[in-house]
Write a protein that binds this ligand. Sequence first.
Ligand code: IPE
Ligand code: IPE
Ligand code: MG
Length: 261
Amino acid sequence: MDEFQGIESRHIAEDELRGQLDLESLPQHIAIIMDGNGRWAAQRSLPRIAGHKEGLRALQDVLDIGYELNIPYLTIYAFSQENWNRPETEIRLLMGLLEQYLTQERQRFHERHVRFLPIGRLEQLPSPVHTLVTEVAEETCHYTTRTLAVALSYGGRAEIIDAVQQLALEVQMGSLSPDQINEDRFEQHLTTWGLPDPDLLIRTSGETRISNFLPWQIAYTELYFTRTLWPDFRRCETLLALLDYQKRERRFGRVTQGVPS
Ligand code: IPE
Ligand code: IPE
Ligand code: MG
């Protein structure tokens, strides 16, 4: 097959997949663990950073689909607390890439009216990255139709502990009594406050674990695992994940519809 035919058939496949989508029952919030960049690079005898760079292209494809389908919330796992344990050179390159990406994308956030919401222990980021992340967050915070939450130096357990500490302080100061602590009150102290819980969580690269990503928020999320490495997770892969989601029956503990009582 020549290159042109390849592109043509990809378009047909994409159109077919899109045609199968039910636009009325799309997930409103998709969370993504973008994994497998290093293995993608290793398979090509390239340095790991080449995988991270290609991963950004995949991210753009997924963001485009989210935009085209009007999916209001996307949360992506870009750097975990545990990722600080990687070699210093990889961390430095990743932070550089993040800086470059945000500088480039800043304008597109405005064009698309996207609120950029960084979540995680942002103060642990190198100071220029921290400054840039905060600036972009501030200048886009008034957009309400679309949110891109980016988990940076994020750890789900740390997020829960931070929330517990804040509640404990309120109790100590007398502004809250222990019996007023409920799920709503607790969630108000999470960095994702105001975002609905994810409907769909995607993890690429064949790993079937959560790796400390949004443990509270995904209590009833549909999980989608694929062997595809993140840099290969492009438009058609995204549509396939959405179609798989639409086959699920979300019961939330209730009895299946149509089952006799
Ligand atoms: C995910 O890809 C990106 C980050 C964690 C920053 P990895 O770097 O984890 O790639 P693998 O898992 O080693 O292939
Ligand atoms: C999870 O991937 C973190 C991000 C995608 C940012 P990892 O590659 O760090 O997770 P583990 O180590 O395989 O659990
Ligand atoms: Mg990984």
